[in-house]
Write a protein that binds this ligand. Sequence first.
Ligand code: FE2
Ligand code: FE2
Length: 246
Amino acid sequence: MTASPVRSKDEIPDAEYRKMVLTLMDKQASREVATAEVFGQCVLHAPTVEDKIRITRFQHEELKHFQLLARIMSELGVDMDAYVRDRQRAGARFTGDEADMQIQDWIDATLFNFMIDRAATFQLTEYTKGSYLPLAQANDVILKEEEGHKSFGEAGLEQMCQDPAARAEIQRRFQKWFVASMRIFGRAGTPGNQYCLRVGLKTRDSGDVAAAYVDSIRPVMARCGLRFPERSELPLELPPQVDLSV
Ligand SMILES: [Fe+2]
Ligand SMILES: [Fe+2]
């Protein structure tokens, strides 16, 4: 077992490391393609042609992210054509419930982009520092595009929240999207997390990554006049280091 860089598949030290790299890539790859599918729903509700163009560009970029990962996964022997064909549909990938991920209007689309797309970005930022260099390098490329996605949801949310009625509706729906975004980080302190830290596949426990994500949206929440749900209102256990104040 090693925390030194693994430069290619031929340097993978053992079966356990290989299995974990594949698990991390499976999670990310399925989210890249699921995000592209949800953006497809968002296009229907985009209020202007400029917004539709931007969302379809994001959608295209998510599919390219998938292809970058697919190349590395197929090097490790995964049949990626079968993977795409047989995978779960988008909603189930995020919440476990397909019906849950329906985008009803532009508010849902904005909340999806603001929270889910951003949380995924925080997760993959970890992988850019990870010891499996093919994955780290792919995520360097992916991250550049994700930065652009991040600012879009943020600006849209701030604009919508200037209207008190829209702000109240956003607050009402906030919890659902927040919970789905927190699920992306997985549980903190698990044996899998500890293994990833030991072999350098991650540099922080998922509780710390989740806390950093919440820190990043806090200033936006303050500008929008929104609040986080109470810890006791949430149907999942949050890592203790997550700060829900605004
Ligand atoms: Fe992506
Ligand atoms: Fe994205």
